[in-house]
Write a protein that binds this ligand. Structure first.
Ligand SMILES: [Zn+2]
Length: 225
């Protein structure tokens, strides 16, 4: 398969409102001494897309740029009097061209841009500025890194710490850590005091753990971002 790095857009160029088939274009191009239709895809006025020359064959549509390109041609491009070039694309044709470009882009990853015939020759073809119209399709992604969010657990803890004291788990732990040993002191039995002190210590450890874990998780998350 030949290397494809560009799509070049053309018009037939035929008067606004007139339907022309691939067969007719094939005949015109044979009359010029070519081996048949020079475009790879032809877009009719009703938006249907028709096969011209096989994609693996070099087209005959843009002198000096045929070897590595795919040639598209929409039917139209001239006013009804055949006097002036005119962008006669129907809405269906506009949509079909964009769809076709996207489809070709997905099959040929080497395609870098879409041009109009007029970018390479002193012609009006395809009667509109194809380069500008499709440039966004091939614009490099300005934000290539995927967006990352803070892990759910980190958000949970941050949210928890921001809550009023009575709703926050961390703050409850801290309260119990101080309160339980104090209550323990009220009992004369030293075993009760020891047990209350022990439970208080467990809650105190819980507070330290949550605060430390929150910081390290947040740091990790920042590294990911
Ligand atoms: Zn052309």
């Amino acid at each position: 398969m030949r290397k494809i790095d560009e799509i070049i857009v053309h018009c037939s160029p035929t008067p606004e409102g007139r339907d022309v088939t691939v067969k007719t274009i094939d005949k015109w191009h044979k009359d010029r001494g070519w081996k048949g239709v020079g475009y790879h895809w032809i877009i009719y006025r009703n938006g249907t897309v028709h096969k011209g020359r096989a994609e693996n064959q070099i087209g005959a549509h843009c002198k000096g740029h045929n070897a590595h390109s795919i040639g598209l041609c929409y039917i139209g491009g001239m006013d009804t009097a055949m006097k002036k070039p005119k962008d006669t694309r129907t809405t269906a044709q506009k949509d079909a061209i964009v769809k076709l470009i996207l489809e070709l882009k997905s099959r040929y990853h080497g395609i870098e841009k879409v041009s109009g015939h007029r970018d390479y020759a002193a012609k009006a073809c395809p009667s509109y500025d194809a380069t500008t119209e499709y440039k966004d399709i091939f614009k490099p992604n300005p934000n290539p890194k995927p967006e990352t969010e803070l892990p759910d657990q980190v958000e949970d803890v941050i949210e928890d710490a921001a809550k009023p004291a009575k709703e926050s788990k961390t703050n409850w732990f801290a309260l119990l850590a101080g309160l339980l040993p104090a209550i323990g002191q009220a009992f004369s039995d030293w075993r009760v005091q020891i047990v209350m002190l022990g439970i208080g210590a467990v809650f105190a450890a819980g507070v330290l753990y949550r605060l430390h874990w929150k910081r390290t998780e947040a740091r990790k998350a920042q590294k990911v971002i």
